[in-house]
Write a new protein. Structure first.
Length: 341
């Protein structure tokens, strides 16, 4: 007869392992059709609006270099495209926008405004549904110095940035129900910056590190229906959760090392987390986790690779429909639609 301890351990494993390792059945497709002789480059961001239209922000432009004093400046390195629900190309938005340089993310808010996050211009750009520039957060460096670099002086921890509305390589943007804006200023700085709905800077929190309220890289941000802020702490293999004012609440460590996160709308919200493969290893990791908001694993799907059912360096997930995701793959230069079964 087996010892009681052994039987109890086996029973516990039988309960715990299926939930953590459950594979979600899924099918992939590439439904978006670009004009002839136009191709996605690094597909950095994907988002949908209330009508089912799809927006992709991608690094496939033709950068133009100009000189200002002793410094060189570039623009035109990325493009924003809109597609219909059927995947057919509709238009290019914001052609030659001054801040479109290196695509990082695109999001669509509840009013169908389109928000572009650009890594190299250090800007978050709001466009109205017609594609007109409606608000600018941050500032692109020009021929005069703009203090948007990590600020380690004046008592600020390394990588925290100054308490200001200037960014250094931002990564994502999200909103709460009141319209407050949360920007992941995550690569040059390691912080979250909060703004009012009309773009007035409120505060920021975070610095470089491994402790609570510290980030290796604040690579993604999402807000749930209660106003809690979720931050993809890429490099520390966790999602940190804060209240609306930036007070630390908990860490979720069941979603891999997240590069992209998304919270679905509706009465029952789900958290999606991409355990994207490392930049120097294209064959490991890559799965996407579906989680409850408390971090309980519902299931996972996919793996790193180059095939039609694989994922290559996922940088963005759109989960407006939690059973029909759009995934932007920076490594495989494509946007895939993923149907979960």
């Amino acid at each position: 007869m087996k010892p009681i301890a052994t039987l109890l351990l086996a029973a516990a494993c039988a309960i715990a392992l299926p939930a953590a390792a459950q594979e979600i059945s899924y099918t992939n497709s590439q439904p978006l059709t670009l004009p002839a002789d136009t191709f996605f480059g690094m597909a950095a961001g994907v988002a949908t609006d209330s009508k089912g239209h799809v927006f992709v922000y991608t690094r496939n432009g033709n950068p133009t270099m100009t000189l200002g004093g002793s410094r060189a400046f570039a623009h035109g390195g990325s493009n924003l495209y809109e597609f219909g629900p059927d995947g057919k190309f509709i238009r290019q938005i914001g052609k030659q926008v001054y801040g479109f340089l290196a695509a990082q993310q695109v999001r669509v808010d509840k009013s169908d405004n389109i928000w572009v996050v650009d890594r190299y211009s250090n800007m978050v750009i709001k466009l109205d549904p017609q594609g007109r520039v409606a608000m600018l957060l941050g500032r692109k460096p020009e021929s005069v110095d703009v203090p948007s670099k990590p600020d380690e002086g004046r008592g600020n921890p390394p990588g925290s940035g100054a308490q200001s509305d200037l960014f250094q390589s931002p990564t994502d943007v999200a909103w709460d129900a009141q319209g407050n804006i949360f920007v992941a200023d995550g690569i040059g700085n390691a912080r979250i910056a909060k703004f009012t709905h009309d773009g007035v800077f409120v505060k920021s929190w975070g610095s470089r590190g491994t402790g609570e309220s510290q980030f290796k890289t604040a690579h993604g941000v999402a807000v749930d229906a209660n106003g809690n802020v979720y931050v993809a702490d890429r490099g520390n293999s966790r999602i940190q959760v804060f209240d609306n004012n930036g007070t630390y609440k908990t860490s979720i460590t069941t979603g891999g090392d997240p590069e992209a996160i998304c919270i679905s709308p509706g009465a029952h919200q789900y958290l999606f987390s991409s355990n994207s493969n490392p930049q120097d290893d294209l064959d490991h990791g890559g799965e996407i986790y579906k989680l409850e908001l408390n971090g309980t694993v519902v299931g996972k799907f996919g793996q790193a690779g180059k095939g039609p059912r694989d994922f290559g360096s996922v940088n963005a997930i759109d989960c407006r429909n939690p059973n029909a995701l759009y995934v932007a793959e920076a490594g495989n230069w494509r946007v895939t639609k993923v149907a979960l079964h």
